[in-house]
Structures are given as C-alpha cells and as structure tokens.
Design a protein around this ligand. Structure first.
Ligand code: T4K
Length: 406
C-alpha cells in the first residue's frame, strides 16, 4: 500500500522491496534538491515590476538589492552576483591573475576542479579530515611547490573548513586563499558568517540550494579591487567608464533571476528551520540503524542543514552503498552520492595527475545524501527510516540479489 500523503508502506522483508518487484513505498519522488521558491505572490509581483520596467538585466534594481542583502548577510563589503557558482569561482581566479597550481580537496562537486582547469591551471587534490570531509591543512602544506599559487578550500555541506590553519599556511607561503562556499549561505564559522574569509568566497544560488535564483552565484569579498575586477570580468571586461581593458565574459544575472533570489532569500529562515527539523528526525530514525551513520555538524557553527549526509558502512551489514542507492530509488527515494566519484576519480584528472587519497576515497565509497527540504516531512523520514532498517537487516542478501540484477 502506498500513499501520496507521505506515509510509506511498511516493508519488513526483501520480497516487498521495489527493487525486487514490490510496489514503491512512496507514491511521489522524494528529492534531495527541491527548490525553495519563497512566496509565489511576492515573486509574481516582482516579475510584474520587471516586465513593467522594461529593465531585464545589466545590474538592474532587483539585482542591486539582492547584492546588498547577500553582502549584509555575509557581513562583507562587496557582493557581485554572477550567472552561477562555477562562473564565480572562475572569475575570482581570473581576477586574481592566478596561474600554476591550486591546492583543493577532491571531495567536492566537479565544478570546483573544473573552475581551475578551465583556465589552464592545475588542480592539486588534497586529502581530507575524515570527520568533516573538508581539506586537511597538514596535507596542504605537504603539497606546496614553487608552482602553487592558491589554496581553494570548500566549506563542504556548509561546514567551515579549517580556516585559521589554512590562512596561516597561505600567509607563510605567499599564497592566495579563497573558498568555494557553494553550500555555505546561512552558515557560520562559530559566530562569523561564511562569506568574509580568505580573499573571496563564492556562494551558489543554484535551484537546489537553500537560496536559489534559478541559476546563480555570488562572489563575496572585502577586497574592493578584487570585487571591481570580478564585476568588470563578468561583463565583457568593461570598466565603470565602459572602456574594455582585458578579456571578459558574460556572466551577468538577470532581473528575473534576482526576483527569485530575493524571494527565496526571504524564505531562507523557514527553509533552514524545516531542514533542521528534518535533520533531527533523521537523527532519531537512524539512531538504531547500524552502519548508516549520519554526518553530524559541529554545534559551535551554524549550519543550514541543506544536506543530510550518511556514510554507509558495508563492513557492518554487508549492504553495499550502491545497492542501497538502487533500493531507495526503486522506492521513489531519490538519494544522491554527494560526492562520489570525487574529482580525482573523474577524467581528465585521473589520467593527467593520478593520485591516491585514502581518506577521500574511503568517504567517497560510503556517502549517501538523503532527501530533505521543506517538502519532506516527519512521515517521509519515518518511512525512509523503516526502509533503511529493513535494508541493513537483509544487507548481504540485498547486495547479492542487486549484483545479479546488474
Ligand atoms: N561547488 C560545489 C561544492 C558545489 O556543490 C556546486 C554545485 C558548485 C561548486 C557549482 O555551483 P553552480 O555552478 O551549480 O551554481 C546539483 C546541482 O546542480 C549543483 O549546483 C550542486 N553543486 C550539486 C551538489 O548538486 P546534480 O548533478 O547532483 O543534480 P541536479 O541539479 O540535476 O539535481 C539534484 C536534485 O535536485 C535532483 O534530485 C532533482 C532536484 N531538482 C533539480 C532541479 C535542477 C529539482 O527538484 N528541481 C530542479 O529544477 O547537481
């Protein structure tokens, strides 16, 4: 029996699992990255004002408002909205005239690495702190060469990476330090908002993020020269006087995107509150599920709880992570492997610069991110908990039957 209300059908045996022919536990798909659009009427009013004004792009009034509000939230002096987070990372690198090698974690979305490689620089992948998945400063030090120009930290799942240690290493070696804060809007490092660390930080406002502008990114910094350069580069290299001084691109964000960004930003507190409630429900549900361990966030920092990340430990129950992923899909629970494979396991990196990163690979084998967001409720999570309990109970059997299907 399944229901659209969120209540899952009970399944306490392998035969009933969707993967092996049973009816899916959930009628509708439960997704990791459902958008947080905010108040539809307010968005429509903003869109109406855009249409009435005839001003659709080129740093219009809504975009200026969004830049100011994100700068205020991040407690920084400058925010430049750009087409997406990836462009933001590329523009920071170009604005700073980086070359050579950039040390970064491999446990991240592929965009982090591509933003560097796209411009002819070499990403040098670094191992992680196994508890957080963030870059390990001790490993960073080991990887510095005369060709290193920067360290690119990633605040993975909204957790601040080891900012102070990285800053010391960067300062001691004359390197630029900047951050991929794609997951970091609304998060803090202790009391300080993510956004003001290093020379620049870059948020993503992709549809799947806690705040979205359909697509979008925000470069935030306290460095006025860097901000001016990013602003110029994202608009064909134009300076404020409209004179072009260097090659630039078009990574501007439209007023329609800004209308969504503002409306979604206004809904961020509710969205984070819903995520946090869900996170705690998952915590309760998973407490008695051996070998499916929830990544816990350090309470000293504020997290936006956008990602519910688990580590599936096959050695405990015999259930392979990818068998569980397939099992959940078949129940309409669309989990994600954030981030697996990780960057150094993808081309061109694996051929160009083969490396072994034991802690990254260990985490990458295990990670599974579960659905959350305002559209996921307690009943959904209870249903997912039931599925996980059944899955680990019959872990070995499920893995071997899944291997036969493959
Ligand atoms: N750095 C890091 C650490 C990042 O995580 C990202 C992006 C970036 C940099 C680059 O930022 P952007 O250039 O993207 O601004 C998703 C997102 O597309 C991507 O933005 C995000 N990270 C990454 C972690 O997740 P995919 O390939 O996993 O899947 P996607 O976006 O097709 O769908 C994810 C889930 O969201 C699905 O369950 C479906 C749901 N969804 C998706 C879309 C597009 C919806 O419900 N509605 C939608 O409109 O990348």
């Amino acid at each position: 029996m399944q229901s659209g209300s969120g209540k899952a059908s009970m399944k306490d045996n392998v035969r009933d699992l969707g993967l092996f022919g049973g009816v899916p536990a959930f009628h509708d798909k439960l997704l990791v990255g459902r958008p947080n659009p905010g108040d539809r009427d307010v968005f429509m009013q903003r869109m109406s004002s855009v249409l009435d004004s005839g001003w659709y792009t080129h740093h219009g009034p809504l975009l200026q408002d969004l830049e100011q509000r994100i700068a205020d939230l991040a407690e920084v002096e400058h925010c430049v909205m750009v087409a997406n987070g990836t462009s933001g990372l590329e523009l920071v690198l170009r604005a700073a005239n980086l070359s050579g090698e950039v040390i970064m974690p491999s446990m991240t979305f592929i965009a982090t690495a591509h933003s560097v490689r796209m411009h002819g620089l070499t990403p040098v992948f670094c191992d992680i702190d196994p508890d957080t998945g963030c870059i390990d400063p001790a490993e960073v030090e080991r990887l510095i060469t005369p060709r290193t120009s920067a360290i690119l930290g990633v605040h993975l799942f909204g957790q601040p990476c080891a900012i102070d240690e990285l800053r010391k290493i960067a300062d001691a070696n004359g390197l630029m330090l900047y951050f991929d804060a794609a997951h970091g809007l609304g998060c803090t490092a202790e009391q300080t908002p993510i956004g003001g660390f290093g020379q620049a930080e870059v948020f993503s406002l992709h549809t799947t993020k806690v705040v979205n502008s359909f697509e979008g990114g925000a470069v935030v910094t306290n460095d006025g020269d860097l901000a001016a350069e990013v602003r110029s580069l994202h608009c064909f290299g134009h300076g404020p006087d409209n004179v072009v001084r260097r090659v630039g691109t078009n990574a501007k964000l439209s007023e329609a995107a800004a209308a969504m960004g503002l409306t979604s930003l206004e809904a961020m507190p509710d969205s984070i509150a819903a995520n946090e409630r869900n996170y705690h429900h998952y915590r309760e549900e998973l407490a008695d599920v051996p070998g499916i361990d929830l990544l816990t966030y350090d309470p000293a920092n504020r997290n936006n709880f956008q990602y519910v990340v688990t580590k599936v430990d096959e050695s405990v129950h015999g259930l392979r992570r990818d068998a569980l992923l397939a099992l959940l899909y078949a129940e309409n629970v669309v989990a994600q492997r954030y981030f697996s494979p990780c960057c150094h396991e993808f081309e061109p990196y694996r051929s160009e610069h083969p490396v072994t990163l034991p802690r990254t690979e260990e985490m990458s084998k295990k990670v599974l991110t579960l659905p959350t967001g305002p559209s996921i409720n307690r009943e959904h999570i209870a249903g997912i908990g039931e599925l996980l309990r059944t899955a680990v109970k019959y872990g070995n059997e499920i893995t071997s039957r899944w291997l036969e299907l493959a």
